[in-house]
Design a protein around this ligand. Structure first.
Ligand code: GLC
Ligand code: CA
Length: 507
């Protein structure tokens, strides 16, 4: 058993978790104060979003120096103190590694764009004429560089320039970055948009379907699986570390092929966690159950910093549904990732004007809508749909997020009673998740009937009802209630399961 196979992870969006120095931005000092809170919740791992120096066009996913801590978040000593405190509480810490691209402010790119014959020129992707590839934030993925008269490639914002992984020096430099952070005592990495790496010199145009570009040739390029295996192996040879890859794909086959001993430890499945409604979740879990029957592990999550919060998107603002989702995520087979604030039932923050809009994706959506001739009001509505600010409002702490300043982004009104109930429920689930039944055994009796799901793990039976109330025959005999989000009647013959019930029994 690897440590990460029995770990519940907790994602922390750096600027939004806890402000320790009163400037309105989350930081390592604030994080350190909250380690006991995380220990009380029971999580065993933390994923930190990027904390490296960055102009923060995309809040740190535009790294300008891989070897330091952004002053907004503190110093290297603050980071070290935090990691030590987390370790003292038995909590491991993994860092977000953004190695598909760097900030245009990174020294490597500054050198590369200084002249065409700079030795670092080919660390990036340059062309005389752009192809039709679009950025994942919208608009062309190519930006004209007026000094050297060529276009450079950026698969995200134009300030995030893609590294050319075809060049061996790039690979070598990134290995050094990995080594540096592992030497600092971190326990592994979350690898950002890792299947986007540019590995080829083939720039075939992407096809268009129903007016939308299909990202066929700008990700999962030939050699990707090999590269993933190389990255995984490289980190594994260093020790007992954990890797989780962010794979942008809507195909389970693509996502799972990068996970396992010939790849990264696990990969995120967005068809499970970031779906627009909870309708397909049960069916997707059933597919995952088949795909991962070989002993590898899927990941389980219902939210992240890149999507609307599960409270709104999947739970329709209902506490029972939020608890149902939590039960699924924390009792199913896989590695769960709780997104900060989810454990207290935090809701979306929706910016009311462009002045309040912080996310580059929301800003891009607004600008594009205006270019297409939409009114400012229409453009705002589109930007509100696209913005990832929704999940980035600061954590609702009883004492507030910041001692002195207003937060860097708008806040959501707290509901502390709900927060306490949700917290207690998450806490109970996580405690249970740590027992052998839930981290060691796979599924028995995995059964899907429409939107009703049951499975047995070890000595525990889990019933999850995403549909209407129903009665099911009790084929397990003597059942003892362990945890439920509502009252459920059970006899020797029948279990009566109300709509949205989540129940765990001991058999
Ligand atoms: C990942 C991150 C997202 C970021 C993008 C570009 O999807 O999760 O926040 O904008 O990569 O780095
Ligand atoms: Ca701060």
């Amino acid at each position: 058993m690897k440590w990460w196979q029995e770990t519940v992870f907790y994602e922390i969006y750096m600027p939004s978790f806890k402000d320790g120095n009163g400037d309105g931005i989350g930081d390592f000092k604030g994080l350190l104060e909250k380690v006991p809170y995380l220990a009380e919740l029971g999580v065993g791992g933390i994923w930190l979003t990027p904390f490296y120096p960055s102009p923060k066009v995309d809040n740190g996913y535009d790294v300008s120096d891989y070897y330091a801590v952004d002053p907004d978040y503190g110093t290297m000593a603050d980071l070290e103190a935090f990691v030590e405190e987390a370790h003292r509480h038995g909590i491991r810490v993994i860092a977000d590694m953004v190695v598909n691209h760097v900030s245009t402010e990174h020294a490597w790119f500054k050198a590369a764009r200084s002249s065409r014959d700079n030795p670092k020129r080919d660390w990036f992707v340059w062309r005389d004429t752009p192809n039709n590839w679009e950025s994942f934030f919208g608009g062309s993925a190519w930006k004209w560089d007026d000094v050297t008269k060529q276009y450079y490639y950026h698969s995200f914002a134009e300030e995030q320039v893609d590294l050319n992984w075809h060049h061996p020096a790039v690979e070598r430099e990134i290995w050094k970055v990995f080594d540096f952070w592992l030497d600092k005592g971190l326990d592994g990495f979350r690898l950002d948009v890792i299947n986007n790496l540019t590995l080829t010199r083939d720039f075939t145009d992407n096809p268009t379907e129903n007016g939308e570009q299909r990202h066929l040739f700008d990700k999962d390029q030939p050699g990707m699986q090999k590269m993933m295996a190389k990255i995984g192996a490289r980190i594994r040879t260093r020790g007992d570390y954990f890797t989780v890859g962010e794979i942008s794909s809507d195909k389970l086959a693509e996502i799972e092929k990068y996970a396992g001993l010939d790849g990264l430890d696990v990969t995120f499945n967005f068809n499970f966690g970031s779906v627009a409604s909870r309708d397909g979740i049960v069916a997707e879990l059933a597919r995952m159950q088949q795909v991962y029957a070989d002993g590898r592990m899927p990941t389980l999550f219902v939210g992240s910093h890149d999507m609307s919060r599960s409270w709104n998107r999947l739970a329709d603002g209902r506490e029972d549904v939020a608890q149902l989702l939590a039960t699924l995520m924390l009792t199913a087979y896989g590695v769960p990732f709780v997104y900060f604030g989810e454990e207290i039932g935090m809701a979306d923050f929706v910016p009311e004007s462009m002045r309040e809009m912080r996310d580059v994706q929301g800003v891009y959506a607004y600008e594009q809508a205006l270019q297409m001739g939409k009114s400012e009001q229409e453009a705002l509505v589109l930007a509100q749909e696209k913005t990832r600010d929704k999940a980035r409002a600061p954590m609702n702490w009883p004492e507030g997020f910041s001692q002195k300043a207003n937060a860097w982004i708008g806040e959501v009104t707290p509901d502390f009673d709900r927060g306490q109930r949700m917290f207690a429920f998450y806490q109970a689930l996580i405690k249970l998740r740590k027992t052998a039944d839930f981290c060691e055994s796979g599924y028995r009796d995995f059964e899907v009937d429409g939107e009703f799901l049951t499975y047995v793990r070890g000595e525990h039976l889990v019933c999850l009802n995403f549909g209407k109330a129903r009665e099911v025959p009790n084929k397990w005999g003597n059942l003892t209630l362990v945890l439920a989000n509502m009252e459920v009647a059970v006899s020797e013959e029948i279990i009566a399961v109300p709509a949205f019930a989540a129940v765990i029994f001991k058999i």
